[in-house]
Design a protein around this ligand. Structure first.
Ligand SMILES: Nc1nc2c(c(=O)[nH]1)N[C@H]1C(S)=C(S)[C@@H](COP(=O)(O)O)O[C@H]1N2
Ligand SMILES: [Mo]
Length: 170
């Protein structure tokens, strides 16, 4: 009987320890993502500012819905979290005179141009870092981030930019 109790205590202690270790790791991973996932803002090819996730999320975080569509499947509405891209332009006083578009570039070399008029619409173009309350992840772990440019009002997701690392206002 005594040895049974001892065994139960050992097993419970191990579970608590391992859980604490795993939590610590996931907190570290989240902190690393917040501090080290960089996004570069440029104006006519010149760097204006480099932002991390904490700085980005402080610029008016919002939850929104958008239609994600995979090839050959119906579009599905998901909940995302990000900041309206125009908030970033306001914050860093990026002039839109003589500008026509923002070119988003991804680590896989993909680029998408979004017209300034579209960027200035309310609740439409977001720099996104969460889907259904979870960070987007990255290319290596099967995610679509750490940042993804999402156009909320588009019927489909083909003009979004996964793995976005840079936006150049031109
Ligand atoms: N970085 C990056 N973003 C991208 C693409 C890509 O290849 N690389 N493909 C686009 C296309 S063609 C589609 S349909 C959508 C959705 O792609 P997914 O189904 O692979 O997520 O992402 C868009 N954004
Ligand atoms: Mo596509």
């Amino acid at each position: 009987m005594k040895s049974k109790i001892a065994l139960v205590i050992i097993v419970l202690t191990l579970i608590v320890g391992v859980t604490a270790f795993i939590n610590l790791k996931s907190v570290e991973v989240k902190k690393d993502l917040e501090e080290n996932s960089k996004f570069v803002i440029k104006e006519n090819g010149e760097e204006v500012v480099v932002l991390n996730m904490k700085e980005i999320s402080s610029l008016g975080e919002k939850d929104f819905k958008a239609n994600f569509k995979k090839n050959g499947k119906e579009a599905v509405s998901f909940n995302y979290t990000g900041v309206p891209f125009k908030n970033i332009l306001n914050k860093y006083n990026i002039s839109l005179d003589d500008k026509s578009a923002i070119i988003f570039t991804a680590i896989d070399g993909y680029t998408v141009a979004v017209e300034i008029e579209k960027i200035l619409e309310d609740n439409n173009v977001y720099l996104t870092y969460m889907k259904e309350g979870e960070l987007l992840g990255n290319k290596e772990n099967g995610g679509s981030g750490p940042y993804q440019m999402i156009i909320s009002k588009d019927p489909f997701s083909q003009y979004w930019c996964k793995f976005a690392i840079e936006a150049d206002v031109q």
